[in-house]
Design a protein around this ligand. Structure first.
Ligand code: SAH
Length: 403
């Protein structure tokens, strides 16, 4: 980046009629192809957005490199962005205080859904993990404000930044390593739904755990019984929640480091799980191969969880993704005993809830099973969905009884 970002709304970006109507419809993004002019605007600046006639539409963060050139932060003029940031952080924290129960790990700031586009902050007990995804949020003044506000309100023992190198490259930001922003601790133990988990801020996937599944773990546990299979188990999120209700849990993942943490998590919960904890078997395998082998050797289960990684990273992948989901779900349906429970998830935004249910219906038809939906769920409430920004709704979790 040549010039530093300017947090002055006297810079103007003009958008096309299509860009303007997108904003008027309630979305906050304008794509680069809908920018009419952005003269002399330094990367990452706070800008006033107008339509082609000059009518003001709001205040936005500008990216000079992303396909998403404009992310609106307010429909009003914003004179002092750090003050707005402080207010939004306070609101985001207050919302979580209301809706999160039985957990000291949850998402505190979810980007657009908390009106702070390009910013993600997760809390894992006493450690905060943050991700900065846009030029504007990377500005020094924004970082300082964010860290001081989070410290003042939550008193964490450490704040760690998790860097996604690919995002920094796309945003044309200088590379920087993941690491501590404040404090010294990078590992801790957090609790959700009464179950404890190890957290290492500088290892693992996402910012550390799949907090978006927290409420789905508890929901799945209500129905789980008998012999269970947790496919794509990662560090044991579902498996550990199922264990108290099931006679045996087999949990599968292709990542050995994830399974090692999963096993340590089982040991950590020894007091609650007792011998049930010992009944979790962690298997390192490719889930597709393993399901094929198990299905053909006639294995039966009473509960199966499918929580694969995102198969559709873009719209182009949709058909292939649906074929992948169908293969997994078809095999699971064939293996479930009558009265069995299927918990099936997709975290691909590009696979809509309708697409996902249609895939499941096709799999049910092909497997000659009937699928009675008991719950059609999404992400936990600390990952709120903004109705007019469909991209904020990405997780599907269907719980069904199979006969
Ligand atoms: N259910 C987990 C999250 C799963 S994330 C939880 O609630 O915490 C997806 C997981 O799939 C990752 O752990 C990844 O290692 C694993 N994975 C990806 N491809 C796989 C494959 N082909 N076979 C088995 N596991 C795979």
């Amino acid at each position: 980046m040549s010039k530093p970002p300017a947090l002055r709304p006297d810079l103007v970006v003009k958008v096309s009629p299509r860009g303007a109507s997108r904003l008027k419809d309630g979305h906050v993004w304008v794509y680069r192809s809908d920018i009419v002019s952005a003269n002399e605007v330094p990367p990452g600046s706070l800008v006033t957005v107008t339509d082609h006639r000059g009518q003001v539409l709001g205040t936005a963060l500008y990216s000079s490199s992303s396909q998403i050139a404009i992310r609106l932060v307010s429909r009003e003029p914003v004179a002092d962005f750090p003050a707005l940031l402080r207010q939004r952080i306070a609101e985001a924290i207050a919302y979580r205080e209301k809706i999160v129960h039985d957990s000291n790990a949850y998402r505190i700031i979810f980007s657009e859904a908390d009106f702070l586009p390009g910013l993600i902050v997760d809390r894992y007990n006493d450690i905060l993990s943050m991700q900065i995804l846009t030029q504007a949020m990377d500005a020094e003044i924004v970082r300082e404000t964010l860290i001081s506000e989070l410290t003042e309100r939550l008193h964490p023992s450490a704040i760690v930044e998790r860097v996604d190198p690919r995002v920094r490259q796309l945003e044309e930001l200088l590379p920087r390593p993941s690491g501590l922003e404040t404090g010294e601790r990078t590992s801790t133990i957090f609790t959700m739904n009464g179950i404890q988990f190890h957290f290492d801020a500088l290892a693992g996937q996402k910012t550390g755990a799949f907090l978006d599944q927290r409420e789905n773990y508890a929901a799945a546990a209500q129905y789980a019984h008998g012999e269970a299979l947790d496919v794509f188990c990662y560090q044991g999120g579902f498996a550990l929640h199922l264990a108290p209700r099931c006679s045996h849990v087999t949990a599968v993942d292709s990542s050995r480091p994830a399974l090692e943490v999963a096993d340590q998590n089982a040991a950590l919960n020894h007091a609650q799980l007792g011998d049930r904890g010992k009944e979790i078997e962690w298997i390192e395998a490719n889930a597709f191969d393993l399901l094929k082998d198990y299905a053909s050797s006639g294995h039966g289960y009473d509960t199966i969880v499918l929580d694969p990684p995102a198969f559709a990273k873009s719209k182009r992948d949709l058909d292939a993704a649906l074929r992948g989901y169908k293969e997994l779900n078809l095999r699971a349906l064939k293996m479930l005993r009558p009265g069995g429970i299927l918990v099936t998830c997709s975290c691909s935004y590009h696979v809509s809830q309708a697409d996902f249910l249609k895939m499941l219906a096709d799999a049910a038809r092909d497997a000659h099973r009937s699928v009675r939906l008991t719950e059609v769920r999404g992400q936990s409430k600390d990952h709120p969905v903004l109705l007019n920004i469909p991209e904020t709704a990405y997780l599907k979790c269907v719980i069904a009884i199979i006969s």
